[in-house]
Design a binder for this molecule. Structure first.
Ligand SMILES: *Cc1c(COP(=O)(O)O)cnc(C)c1O
Length: 388
């Protein structure tokens, strides 16, 4: 099949302006390129952004979450409750500290962990809940922290996708327990690779710094000691200046993402109507324009109503010059997890969502015309393959 003459629309793309490129050049010329003054400035700016809570940055979101678990003292024999619909990093870090992930099914509407099902899974070994805010939509934060309080659990929020998201007017990260963000290139705010952890107090921040760099504490001019096993997970000044630049543009990026998401709802519904496909059970995201940062716009395909599969829908979209993604198949279906006895059938909603979820393009530089083109292409494919 010949590819479209129209330019290819990737599912996401970061924005770096000239000022950012200049700021990176300046760091490279300065002679200090790894963790230094720019990192300190970035952390201080993030601390202010999160209402004064301590913030530490790390090399990536995965290291950030692992260190959050270590700061919370979670390790061998402990259970951590989480969702099967996430990037595998979420549960990999639980395994990496020697703990056991307990997967709770998702809510079919929000696609986030179903908090109503958490209490039944709590045992004497349960130490923490690790929710994920898929596509930037938070869970019910009141219910989350009520559960944590009732069962005396730590909360490690995998807010990797939720930088700029809100709950009842408050920024995600500005309240709660340990809150972990990723600054990977696809995220709403990026440092190319990176992450940050919002902590409760200076003791936790000091501990996080130790885990970040070999478990090291320095004393005086020449003293050093290592009393815990840490890694090499520091963020460089090159990444930090990119983050500082990105923060300036975040409100504009956020407004654009929200406007594009609104258009998706409008245009997809209009196209379905025109095609006479209103009966089709194409599941759109929760229409939330106050809390979500619209990290992604994801639909759940009505595969039972179609004579095709998701891979073929993605291929046809690609041939029309439209990039899509899968975020995510259920983690419990991966070999590593199956070999440990997990089964996707234990969380049937996650199993279905994981098979049929599709991420459509959404990034600030997209045009209004892009949304129309994508919606028409998607509905055209649904029309072509609908079962009669
Ligand atoms: C991106 C992401 C991570 C991991 O972040 P990295 O910076 O890529 O290590 C973890 N969880 C979720 C839900 C993510 O989207």
């Amino acid at each position: 099949m010949s590819s479209s003459s129209q330019p290819f629309i990737p599912f996401t793309r970061p924005n770096f302006n000239q000022e950012t490129i200049d700021a990176v050049s300046e760091i490279l010329r300065s002679g200090w390129v790894t963790s230094g003054p720019k990192l300190a400035e970035f952390e201080a700016t993030l601390c202010e952004y999160f209402g004064g809570r301590p913030v530490r940055c790390f090399a990536n979101g995965t290291a950030t979450m692992k260190i959050a678990l270590q700061v919370a003292g979670i390790g061998i024999g402990d259970e951590v409750i989480t969702t099967p619909i996430s990037w595998v990093a979420t549960s990999n870090v639980i395994l990496s500290v020697g703990a056991k992930p307990i997967f709770i099914d998702v809510d079919p509407v929000t696609r986030n962990i179903d908090l109503n099902k958490v209490a039944a899974a709590i045992t004497s070994r349960t130490r923490a809940i690790m929710p994920v805010y898929l596509a930037g939509l938070p869970v019910n934060m009141d219910q989350l922290y009520e559960l944590a309080e009732q069962y005396n659990l730590r909360v490690i929020e995998d807010a990797a996708q939720a930088f700029g998201s809100h709950w009842k007017g408050k920024k995600i990260g500005s309240f709660g327990d340990l809150v972990s963000f990723s600054f990977q290139a696809n995220k709403n705010l990026t440092t190319v690779e990176g992450g940050c952890l919002v902590l409760n107090n200076q003791d936790e921040a000091k501990l996080a710094e130790k885990f970040r760099l070999q478990g090291l504490t320095r004393q005086g001019m020449d003293g050093m000691d290592v009393d815990v096993l840490g890694g090499k997970d520091n963020l460089t000044d090159i990444n930090a200046v990119i983050g500082l630049q990105q923060l300036k543009h975040l409100p504009a990026y956020q407004a654009r993402r929200t406007a594009l998401a609104r258009q998706y709802f409008e245009v997809i519904r209009a196209e379905l109507k025109t095609a006479g496909l209103e009966h089709l059970k194409l599941e759109l995201p929760v229409e939330n324009f106050t809390d979500s940062n619209w990290h992604m716009f994801q639909v759940v395909l009505p595969l039972e109503q179609l004579n095709t599969d998701r891979a073929h829908v993605m291929t046809e979209l690609k041939d029309l010059g439209i990039g899509t993604g899968v975020h995510y198949p259920a983690i419990t279906g991966f070999t590593l997890y199956k070999n440990q006895g997990y089964k996707t059938s234990d969380t049937p909603i996650a199993e279905r969502v994981g098979h049929s979820i599709l991420t459509l393009p959404l990034f600030p530089a997209m045009t209004d015309e892009n949304i129309g083109r994508i919606a028409r292409a998607l509905v055209g494919i649904l029309l072509k393959y609908r079962k009669n």
